[in-house]
Write a protein that binds this ligand. Structure first.
Ligand code: PGA
Length: 253
């Protein structure tokens, strides 16, 4: 894992946007995996700037979002559909037909998951996946558990996630209890991954991600097995002294 500690949110956003833009320039028909939440907001803003000022071309780009709340229509202001159009898609030259987000208001969530996974496979997988991380170590909505699902699936959100995301809703009761999310295998099959983490509340999960241990109760820790992950991280939560040397072995085996 390549680790890039950054000392301002703007710099983190610019760096993530630069990596994404570089990949688009290298491969105009790229397949991008996108995340929502507060962390990548600045990156989307920067990408819109790059489109407007430097003519970064999204016309051949295909996107797949990581997840969506079940029960929210695309028009709901807290749906990830709404977030993506509001913050990004409405402002760049991406083709509507190339945008993929799981349908939160589907009548058949299981079929929707199958279709979504099939669409990703059909196009040959995701070239570059952007990820945030939850306070509980989730990626997408892959919540900590003994078992993790490999493919796109319906998930019951954890109390921690419901609490953390209630900041976007009027109250706790309004937060959907279920979501559709790409699975860990869907994510891990991406050719390249950028994991972004900003703010002290992400210190605990990030230290677990880079500690050298893999545990299903920190789904993001699986990313250590991937061979092309860039961690763009708040300098405040990452300092080499706090990190266990991943190559050190326990005293007693
Ligand atoms: P955040 O969410 O960017 O709003 O902190 C990240 C996540 O829950 O994956």
């Amino acid at each position: 894992m390549e680790i890039k500690p950054i000392n301002s949110y703007n710099k983190m956003s610019k760096l993530a946007a630069k990596i994404v833009a570089g990949q688009i320039i290298n491969k105009p028909k790229i397949v991008l995996g996108f995340a929502t939440g507060s962390t990548p907001l600045g990156m989307y803003r920067e990408l819109v700037e790059l489109y407007k000022k430097s003519r970064l071309d999204f016309s051949k780009v295909t996107t797949f979002n990581l997840d969506e709340y079940l029960g929210l229509s695309p028009e709901h202001p807290q749906s990830y559909h709404y977030y993506m159009y509001e913050n990004f898609f409405n402002h760049v030259n991406i083709e509507e037909k190339n945008i993929h987000i799981p349908k939160g208001d589907t009548k058949n969530p299981v079929q929707e998951c199958r279709n979504y996974e099939r669409e990703i496979e059909k196009i040959g997988g995701i070239d570059l996946q952007v990820l945030g991380i939850g306070v509980n170590g989730h990626v997408g909505f892959n919540e900590p558990n003994i078992n993790l699902e490999a493919r796109t699936h319906v998930i019951q959100l954890s109390n921690e996630t419901i609490r953390a995301n209630s900041r976007f809703f009027k109250n706790l009761d309004e937060v959907p209890r279920k979501a559709i999310t790409m699975g860990m295998a869907t994510i891990m099959k991406s050719k390249k991954i950028i994991l972004m983490a900003w703010g002290v509340e992400k210190k605990k999960p990030i230290l677990k991600v880079i500690s050298g241990h893999i545990a299903t109760d920190v789904p993001a820790s699986l990313l250590q097995v991937h061979n092309d992950v860039i961690l763009v991280v708040d300098k405040k939560i990452y300092s080499s002294s706090t990190v266990t040397d991943p190559l050190s072995y326990p005293d007693k085996i």
